[in-house]
Every structure is written in C-alpha cells, then in structure tokens.
Design a protein around this ligand. Sequence first.
Ligand code: PMT
Length: 217
Amino acid sequence: GRALPLKGKSVIVTAGGTKERIDPVRFISNDSSGKMGHAVAEAAWEKGAEVTLITASPLAVSGNITVIRVESADEMHEAVSSRFDSSDALIMAAAVSDYSPETTHTRKMKKRDKLTLTLKKNPDILKEMGKRKQTRQCLVGFAAETDKIEEYAKKKLEEKNADLIVANDVGKKDRGFNVDKNEVIFFSHHEEPQTINLKAKKDIAEDIVDWISNFIN
Ligand code: PMT
C-alpha cells in the first residue's frame, strides 16, 4: 500500500506573495506565484498529513486540503498564529512582504506629481513561531537570496529558530519565483548543507516533506 508517514500529523503550509494595500486599487507585492508552497501542501497531503494551506495565491489546490485564502501579511500572520500551537509542522514558503504602507487609504488616491509612501515593518511570522515552537514541532523556513546564499541562509536558521531552511537563488530565471522548477539547498543543525539540483517544484516539495517526516517520526 501507499506509504503514509505523515498520517495523524497536522501540517500548516503558507504560500504566495502577500499584497499590502495602498488604496482600494493599488498594492505592494512581489513575484511569488504560490507554486512552491502549493506543491509542498499537496506533497504533505499525499504523505497522509492533515494539511492547512494558508495562501495569498489564487492558484487551485488539489487533494483534501483546508485552504485559507489571505491577502496581507497581517492576515497571514493571524491565520498562522491562531493555528500554530496545535500543529506538528509549519512550512513557510510564502513570500511575506517585509513592509506595508503605514496608512491604507479607504478611497482611491488622486493622481499627483509626486507621491511619497512611508512603509512600516510587518510582523516576521516565522521568527515569532520560532519563539513559540515546542520541541515536538518542526519549523521550516525558506530563504530567498540573490547572493551570499549560504551565509544568509545559516543566519536565518539561527535567528528564526528553524529546524530547516530551504534556500533558493531568486536571481535566476529558470528557478525561484513564478516558474515550475527550483533548485534549493537544505540547511539544518545536524547535517551538512544538501543541494537539491534543478527539478520540478513538485519533486522538491516531496524532498521537503520527506525531511519533515524523518524529523517528526
Ligand atoms: O511562489 P513561487 O512563485 O513558486 O516562488 C517560490 C518562492 C521563491 C517564493 C519560495 O521558494 C521562497 O523562497 N519563499 C520564501 C520567500 C521569502 O519571503 O524569503 P525571505 O528570505 O524573505 O524570508 C525568510 C523566511 O521568513 C521565509 O520562510 C518567509 O516565509 C518568512 N517570513 C518573511 C518575512 C516576514 N515578514 N515573515 C515571514 O514569516
């Protein structure tokens, strides 16, 4: 029969790029399509987990997965925070906007010659969950980098108290944001960095889920 190593485990996955509203018709966002995170959610479901996908992406989801659609970093924060304590694993594949407009206008702003936006820092969801994490829980973050991948990924592993950081190079066109393939490096506390060569996000997602299965079983 099928191997279901995550049967009875509750897994939360985040995906997509959050949108931070300037006014009803304008926002700040990034290039995340949600493909990577949705693939992780589907892979976890295929391995038997009870999966909640908290997504800022409009992409369809297959499998018996609870899907929570959010728009902003604040909404994603609330959705993750209220469910985290009862989960066995959290995988943050979302590209959470680091900043949002200090004020969101309720009416469409009129055009002007020059517009200065003041941005405020958003909550760091991964870091906050890292502080709350119980030893039985597995916390996986991503690191989207264009340079010094190893240095920055290792820093994120420590600063966010994650068990695994999945680092990817987002400065290349054939991987990372908004394409079907990715190449990643796994950084964890007790293993040497492990490179997963360029392949379908679906297959990368399986490797991530296998890593989590080993960790929590
Ligand atoms: O969605 P796709 O088009 O398939 O693209 C996939 C991807 C490139 C978006 C994905 O593979 C990826 O790298 N996701 C993480 C993007 C990101 O925000 O990386 P970061 O290095 O800025 O953040 C580090 C970690 O902290 C991430 O797990 C992120 O989810 C989390 N974070 C970041 C900021 C914030 N305010 N709160 C967070 O929880």
